[in-house]
Design a protein around this ligand. Sequence first.
Ligand code: GUN
Ligand code: ZN
Length: 442
Amino acid sequence: MSSVIAPSAIRGRFLDIQSTVDQAAAIPEQVRFIEDGLLITQDGKIQWFGTWQAGQHLAADLQVEHYPDQLILPGLIDTHIHFPQTEMIGAYGEQLLEWLNTYTFPTEMQFEDKAYADQIAAFFVQELLKNGTTTALVFCTVHPQSVDALFEAAERHHMRLIAGKVLMDRHAPEALCDTPESAYTDSKALIQKWHGKGRNLYAITPRFAPTSTAAQLAQAGQLKAEHPDVYVHTHLSENQNEIAWVKSLFPEQKNYLDVYHHYGLTGSRSVFAHCVHLEEQEWQCLHDTDSAIAFCPSSNLFLGSGLFPLKKTWEKQVKVGLGTDVGAGTAFSQLDTLNQAYKVQQLQGDKLSAFEALYHATLGAAKALDLHEKLGNFNVGKEADFIVCNLKATAVQALRQDRAKNIEDALFALMMMGDDRNIQATYIYGQKAYAQADRNQY
Ligand code: GUN
Ligand code: ZN
């Protein structure tokens, strides 16, 4: 893959976070803003990064793309999203369990048809690119062909996605149920086919505890033990009725997370979406096992699930990344999602700074996915996924940006008002994979 990827040189205003941190207060020290910078990529990786002044001689033989007025950020990382739910965004009136039965399950049944899955996967990947999302951890459906469809679509752009087949053997329509045995064999075949192929990575994906029998969770744990470097991706403690249901289904476990922990499904490559209503012991277990949370503010507001206590992730030293959770989240845009994240913190009396928000959508998210050695900022050697943001996509944005006090204020305004209109270009593995000028063709 790498030898065919040509070098490229990008000049402009770059902003990133240089290093992972243990406390929010340490983020400002790690902010790197280069007003006139240069980034050179080679074989999909960052070969050189610094000021234009220091590096311009290196770009002498390259065609330099210059973005003097825009802001170049690391690619945004979505730590929780469902590709088959793309078409059902904004489904009216229900909270989690009714929403699943009314809207989600009927929608997901269509993905038995590979051609349909291909069509939605192509749309989904294009929508990620259009919104500046360069890596995502993605739910497919129970159908193995839905996983093939998604990875095939991602591969066409050299995009790094993590995804897996849903495991679900009860409390769902017959047509969407697998069995403990088929969940194991189908997932194993998909791991062998996709995990580590190009940039693709595989996630064992039990939907959530209520839709898997103990026998199926045991099979999932067996798979994880046999393939320790694949991911585990599921939902946890999103809604009060869901939590009560889990307690009635698994009375022998101490709490909701303990159901997963018991079957060997926690760990440094395990990502739990939501975690809105965790008990103290569950926070401790996430910390002790180095598991991660996907914080999904748009979804949590839309389904009326609750307010996620982001500050507590720092107190308890639990990894967290931002997730859109489309289709319960109402936008693919991580800018829009950060806007909602800010308001969720306001409602709890906490402040989410622009730089902390950037961290959760880039390097912090990469850490949550155990990919911080490869993704999340402009450090030399990392994979060259980045986005070019137009800060002034609308008249009111231009009015506001002209009065921005500094780069932090400009970034904050971008996050509070921005969406896909602000994504001018998305680069994947050093190559331009999306340009806003072409957006109408999708
Ligand atoms: N819990 C189990 N399945 C789902 C899902 O599809 N979306 C959300 N938001 N929560 C879930
Ligand atoms: Zn979800």
